[in-house]
Design a protein around this ligand. Structure first.
Ligand code: SAM
Ligand code: SF4
Length: 349
């Protein structure tokens, strides 16, 4: 039984009195990822086409509605919330939601509030994130070379991201760097990135590209199996598998030479679904029970149908009964189309 005592300023007290939600495969759903916007100030080539059509602003849930949805999930046993996007820090007034959800962390109803960001707005928001109760963030960074950074993000400014990382560390936020492993782009740079990250006290995770959404490039040209990357890294570093877990799908190794940790997220080469504890909410109130499947539940209608949360709670329970066993990602020459048509920026990775 999850519960906490004591009132929370600015938020209704939440008591999760039924234990966590359990899906049909016996997995407890304790982790909610929320894509607060599908918009972004970058156009990473593996994530978006350059000319993206975004949702009309009127289709978005308000931040108050997102807060209500998240609070309902917390009352149903969710212990960790990650804000993502698109770029979460470009949503107008996003700090309202961060502050509201941070109250649940301070009250003990939520173990962790975190976010995944491209870092472009961190210099502006780092202190406020920390004050709101955020302690760890993921920053996505695929290269340390400013020109390559421009090439991969199309619109990003490397120096702004570096300033953001500096500000976040000064504010006391722990950072994990996430790099998407891309063939012929950063495959021989990961070693330097690892030294950079570990040299500054940051963990690092490398991610395989996933076939989500139409982009302007051919995904088979970008795909780099992490088994190959690991073998290359082992020519320079001593990597030891460790049981370290952050509640995500990464499998970690310790790097003897740097003393830091490196995570591998391998949706393509290794199936991590059996321990999946998460569901994903979009900024329009659609709940995806799996990143790699199209089945979804419309929580916006349930949310707006009644001021009481009972209807919403029932809709969430029904959705959890549909959480599938796993995904069917595949990238090869015969599957040119994305396995899942929506972009990663819709469900937030
Ligand atoms: N804009 C934020 C950022 O970049 O960190 C948050 C959203 S972004 C969609 C979340 C993560 O998904 C990023 O680390 C990004 O590199 C990763 N990502 C995007 N498209 C991907 C793809 N097709 N395959 C694997 N990872 C992807
Ligand atoms: Fe934006 Fe993140 Fe997608 Fe890059 S990966 S385009 S920063 S949402």
């Amino acid at each position: 039984m999850n519960s906490f005592a004591g009132p929370v300023a600015g938020a209704a007290p939440i008591v999760a009195d039924k234990g966590p939600m359990i899906d049909p495969f016996g997995r407890a759903v304790t982790y909610l990822r929320v894509s607060v916007t599908d918009r972004c100030d970058f156009r990473c080539t593996y994530c978006m086409a350059e000319n993206m059509t975004f949702l009309p602003k009127k289709d978005l849930l308000t931040l108050e509605e997102l807060n209500r949805l998240c609070s309902t999930f917390i009352s149903k046993g969710v212990r960790k919330i990650r804000l993502t996007g698109g770029e979460p820090l470009v949503r107008k007034n996003i700090m309202f939601l961060v502050r509201e959800l941070g109250q649940h962390v301070k009250a003990g109803a939520l173990d962790e509030l975190t976010l995944t960001t491209n870092g472009s707005q961190l210099a502006k928001y780092a202190d406020e994130l920390f004050d709101s109760g955020v302690r760890r963030i993921n920053v996505s960074l695929d290269t340390l070379n400013p020109e390559k950074f421009k090439a991969i993000t199309r619109w990003g400014d490397f120096h702004k991201v570096m300033e953001g990382i500096d500000a976040a560390q000064r504010a006391g936020l722990k950072i994990k760097l996430n790099a998407v492993a891309l063939k012929d782009f950063n495959e021989f740079e990961i070693a330097d990135m690892l030294r950079f990250a570990h040299g500054r006290g940051m963990d690092m995770t490398v991610i395989e590209t996933m076939p989500m959404g139409e982009i302007d490039e051919d995904r088979t040209d970008q795909y780099l199996p992490l088994s190959k990357l690991r073998a290359d890294l082992e020519e320079q570093f001593t990597l030891t598998d460790i049981p370290y877990k952050t509640g995500g799908p990464a499998r970690y190794v310790e790097v003897k030479e740097t003393g830091g940790r490196l995570g591998f997220i391998t949706p393509m080469t290794h199936n991590f679904c059996e321990s999946c504890n998460r569901v994903r909410l979009t900024c329009t109130g659609t709940l995806y029970m799996c990143l790699g499947q199209n089945d979804a539940a419309d929580l916006r209608t349930a949310l707006r149908a009644s001021e009481s949360d009972d209807y919403l709670s029932a809709a969430i329970d029904e959705a959890i009964t549909r959480k599938p066993k796993g995904h069917d990602f595949i990238i090869d020459r015969t599957h040119k189309r994305p396995a899942v048509a929506r972009h990663m920026s819709v469900t937030g990775g």
